[in-house]
Design a protein around this ligand. Structure first.
Ligand SMILES: [Zn+2]
Length: 385
């Protein structure tokens, strides 16, 4: 433990003057070590504190050959270099350590794990992957290795392997950033869909929903696929399913919902009723605007204006105001049209620039729905506003 303490304090030691630090930490370390080892250790520490890191590495490597009690110190030293971004040095130290034949299994695994982290940080994903793959069979390193592998596979967009890691991690407890198997299956579905393999895409979507009945993305993708196949009634069912899965995503279903209704030539009353219900229950402005548009085409702009004015009184919103100005332009011949046109144009611009989605984990907002936040890399944390 003293070794760890010593190394974790090294940056502070360097800042506060190496000489004082050296005498303090060498005292701390050298109870019970032989004189020659003490000297060798001091030499290494001096090099380190005076920033002669190459010499320090050599000195510590010599020390290692003679004193295996310093293994933890070496691991910590390598970690220190990694934290400072000096990855070549970190790799060199951890590799040298592993080359030593006298390590216990636990020490070897520990050094391997740290070397894997060095490789990962250096962007050497293949090497990191093979280390963590070997370590997952070792109980003590299994969880950590799976977590590292999960990051590697997501980086490489190997969704199949990412799903496999997530399954194991879910069995063991927590996953780091909200990863779910269903999200990875949806990635695979989108991938296969874009290369025209529809049957395969269906299999992934069904598997996603079987494993996670709350997966909104799988429902939205199913609806999209069914619409492409001309199965609008089935698509409608997938879209309506979203409400019971996670109502936060309701704004995403409005547009495809309107398209399905149009193709099915359903009664206007049914759609008006459903949109009205969504607005009254959840208060999404997109539902109010879609409702007003339907009212306009069924009952005329006057009725739609009345409705939107009530919505505005209740919950002022840029999007609703923008929709209202559009309707006023269409309906009111005697109103000062020039002013309205300019107002409509300005509001339209403001509306186009406004954020539509926000990440609940880090607050990142934007105009697109990202299933994985581009800022904090959390899955399914971005919700419509
Ligand atoms: Zn985020």
């Amino acid at each position: 433990m003293e070794d760890w303490l010593l190394l974790s304090l090294l940056p502070a030691a360097a800042a506060s003057g190496w000489y004082a630090a050296r005498s303090h930490y060498t005292r701390l370390y050298f109870v019970g070590h032989s004189h020659s080892l003490r000297q060798a250790y001091c030499r290494g520490l001096n090099y380190l504190l005076s920033e002669k890191t190459d010499k320090a590495i050599d000195a510590f490597a010599d020390l290692l050959a003679n004193d295996f009690e310093t293994i933890e110190t070496h691991i910590a030293l390598g970690n220190l270099f990694r934290r400072r971004g000096e990855l070549e040095k970190a790799i060199e130290i951890h590799e040298k350590l592993i080359e030593q034949g006298k390590l216990s299994q636990q020490q070897r695994d520990n050094a391997q794990y740290e070397l894997g982290l060095d490789y990962l940080r250096a962007g050497l994903f293949d090497r990191a992957e093979s280390i963590f793959q070997n370590l997952i069979d070792h109980e003590a390193w299994r969880k950590g290795s799976l977590q590292q592998l999960l990051q590697i596979y997501q980086h490489e967009k190997d969704w199949r392997k990412a799903a496999e890691c997530t399954r194991h991690l879910h069995d063991m407890g927590k996953v780091p950033r909200g990863e779910t198997v269903a999200q990875f299956l949806c990635e695979l579905a989108e991938e296969t869909l874009s290369s025209g393999r529809k049957e395969e895409a269906w299999q992934y979507l069904e598997e996603a929903l079987r494993g996670d009945s709350k997966c909104v993305r799988a429902s939205l993708l199913s609806a999209k696929l069914r619409m492409r196949e001309g199965r609008f009634e089935d698509a409608l069912q997938s879209l309506k399913h979203v409400e019971s899965q996670n109502p936060a995503y309701i704004p995403e279903i409005i547009e495809p919902l309107l398209i399905c209704h149009e193709h099915l030539e359903k009664s206007a009353g049914e759609l008006l009723g459903y949109l009205g219900y969504l607005y009254e229950t959840y208060g999404f402005e997109s539902a109010a605007v879609a409702l007003a548009e339907r009212i306009r085409s069924e009952q005329g702009a006057g009725k739609a204006i009345e409705r939107l004015q009530r919505v505005l009184d209740y919950r002022p919103s840029l999007k609703v105001l923008n929709s209202l100005t559009g309707l006023l332009l269409e309906d009111a011949a005697e109103l000062p049209k020039e002013a309205l046109i300019r107002m409509d144009r300005a509001l339209g611009r403001m509306n186009a620039d406004a954020s539509r989605y926000r990440c609940s984990q880090c607050g990142f907002s934007g105009t697109e729905l990202n299933w994985r936040c581009p800022s904090c890399r959390h899955w399914e944390s971005t919700k419509p506003l």
